[in-house]
Design a protein around this ligand. Structure first.
Ligand code: PMP
Length: 427
């Protein structure tokens, strides 16, 4: 059996940082990443044969738990018919129809292979539709790694956005304005100053990339009102929260219809599939109908569509979201109770099958609030839980995910491990 350590060393010779996506490298928590050998239900096993309760679920897609038998069967059924065609299939129509049924603000939808492609394409479409250039995003929201979206706020409201990554030209970043999440006043000021230049506002209505932070209903309502008033396209990035916080996504939870929606994660059931869709008059601007170009060799891939479609069918089972929400709430409130009993400063929140754990005394409402977390304490907690066989996100700035396979026994085992971990932290 190969150790995680040996694999990590070997990986770093051929792969930058040893990983294919940065957070997997454990840079913020330290230590050796676990190399996954296989997974089943709420668990995965690493290369050393150690079992972990999995609270990232591939960062959202595995809402049914790993290797759900019906999804496996759906994938196996289509595998023998071909892996990719570059020509349309009936299954693509079926998943598009299913998405439209579940998310009524979507009249038309186009499939892509990653969330990054979905947001990047939605922005281009919004710019092509409005014939404007400026994009507004919010601090702490992540929308994938397109150039226009790797941007942080400049020093004042009217200054240009600055790149957060090397390699992003300032000339691109300057078209993106970054505002504080959940701050309605700043939003109103921005729209008053340059509302008529804004092509699109993109937002995670329930944010999951600065840990879990709920969008404030008044803030999201104001956003809807201001976008409509100024002719800007409102894009809900539901790559993470879509089919995760409720069957119809955050837009169903809040009762707000965006103009465009980005989806990913759950709609691929663990395979590479994502999508963007929305108002028919906007989608009509997309090639081949319209002048906004967008394409993909593997878009609508038959294997990914089979996994996604079956996942979308299974999450519609009666009581699915009630059960998922109950289990997630049980975990979050249980963690808060054991932390309090140990005297550790801690809070937790849950929306549907997503949760946040914070080493702060109150549930945060913005990136600035999350930044006040006790990071050394989080890192110590993370490692104590890992040692006890519980895999939480390896960063204090990530949300957690519960699947329908996380039953009472799994949650109770997690809370038992947490009781010891918090006691050790307090000592
Ligand atoms: N938007 C959101 C809200 C996300 O959470 C993510 C990924 N975590 C993305 C976009 C990018 O998706 P992908 O990693 O599939 O490119």
């Amino acid at each position: 059996m190969t150790s995680n350590e040996a694999l990590f060393e070997r990986a770093q010779r051929s792969i930058p940082g040893g990983v294919n996506s940065p957070v997997r490298a454990f840079r913020s928590v330290g230590g050796t990443p676990r190399f996954v050998a296989r997974a089943q239900g709420p668990y995965f096993w690493d290369a050393e044969g150690v079992r972990y309760i999995d609270y990232i679920g591939s960062w959202g897609p595995m809402i049914l738990g790993h290797v759900h038998p019906e999804v496996l069967e759906a994938v196996q059924r289509v595998l023998a018919d071909g892996f990719s065609f570059g020509a349309p299939t009936e299954a693509e129509i079926e998943i598009a129809e299913e998405i439209r049924k579940l998310v009524p603000s979507i009249d038309q939808v186009r499939l892509v292979s990653s969330g990054t492609e979905a947001t990047m394409s939605a922005l281009r479409l919004a710019r092509g539709f409005t014939k404007r250039e400026r994009i507004v995003k919010f601090e702490g929201c992540y929308h994938g790694h397109a150039d226009s979206l790797l941007v942080k706020a400049g020093s004042g409201l009217l200054t240009f956005g600055n790149p957060t990554s090397a390699g992003v030209p300032p000339d691109i970043a300057k078209h993106t304005s970054v505002l504080e999440y959940n701050k309605t006043e700043a939003l109103e000021t921005a729209f008053a100053a340059f509302g008529d230049e804004i092509a699109a506002v993109i937002v995670e209505p329930v944010a999951g990339n600065m840990n879990l932070v709920r969008g404030n209903p008044d803030f999201l309502q104001a956003l809807r009102r201001l976008c409509t008033h100024h002719g800007a396209v409102l894009i809900f990035d539901e790559v993470m929260c879509g089919f995760r916080v409720a069957l119809g996504g955050a837009q169903a939870l809040y009762g707000i219809e965006p103009d465009l929606t980005c989806l990913g994660k759950v709609i691929g059931g663990g395979m590479p599939a994502a999508a963007f869709g929305g108002r028919r008059d906007i989608m009509a601007h997309l090639a081949p109908e319209g002048a906004v170009y967008q394409a993909g060799t593997l878009s609508g891939n038959p294997i990914a569509v089979a996994a996604g479609l079956k996942t979308l069918q299974l999450i519609q089972a009666p009581g699915f979201y009630e059960r998922l929400g109950e289990q997630t709430a049980k975990l979050a409130s249980g963690l808060a109770v054991v932390a309090r009993a140990a005297g550790v400063t801690f809070s937790a929140d849950a929306v549907g099958g997503m949760f946040g754990i914070y080493f702060t005394d109150e549930v945060p409402a913005s990136f600035a609030d999350v930044s006040r977390s006790d990071i050394p304490c989080f890192n110590a907690f993370f490692h104590k839980m890992l040692d006890a066989g519980v895999y939480f996100a390896p960063s204090a700035y990530e949300a957690g995910f519960v699947s329908i396979a996380h039953d009472d026994a799994v949650i109770d085992a997690t809370l038992d491990a947490a009781r010891s971990a918090f006691a050790a932290l307090a000592a």
